[in-house]
Design a binder for this molecule. Structure first.
Ligand SMILES: [Zn+2]
Length: 150
């Protein structure tokens, strides 16, 4: 098979070699401790409530962390791509495309999802991972098939 014949695939984002940290992320300077995000002084109640609702309704579609550099896609009024760094249970260098002047519901929804994956699915946040919402996964790979349990 020639390279031209090979279809394009979407792979987890990776940190390009030689990139400076500051060139990748335009972080807002927030730091979130995942176990304590409800208590964080930057966390606003309304944004947190909306983030929980986003998680419940499956709007967090995809999260990937490679070498501590994270990316997530959240479905809101449009698709929002967020960037962050993850070091154990600390999220830093967070950036979202939305215009919210603070810690937004998209970033909080990603944080809540990662914490829940660690708690309920045994995700090791010290290691690289890629996670896709189960319903979205099956609707992509087998939209008409009966859901199969892996
Ligand atoms: Zn946002």
């Amino acid at each position: 098979m020639t390279p031209e014949e090979f279809r394009s695939w979407i792979l987890p984002p990776k940190q390009a070699e030689g990139d400076e940290e500051g060139e990748i992320l335009t972080g807002e300077g927030y730091e979130l401790s995942l176990p304590n995000l409800e208590e964080d002084e930057e966390t606003e109640r309304e944004a947190l409530d909306k983030a929980v609702e986003y998680c419940r309704s499956g709007k967090v579609a995809y999260i990937s962390v490679i070498n501590g550099v994270g990316k997530a896609f959240i479905e809101g009024s449009k698709w929002y791509e967020i960037d962050f760094r993850l070091n154990g249970d600390m999220m830093t260098g967070m950036y979202c495309e939305c215009m919210y002047p603070g810690l937004c519901k998209h970033l909080l929804a990603a944080a809540i999802t990662i914490r829940a994956l660690a708690k309920t699915a045994g995700l090791d946040t010290e290691r690289d991972f890629t996670a896709i919402d189960e319903n979205r996964f099956w609707s992509m790979v087998a939209p008409t098939a009966k859901r199969v349990t892996l």
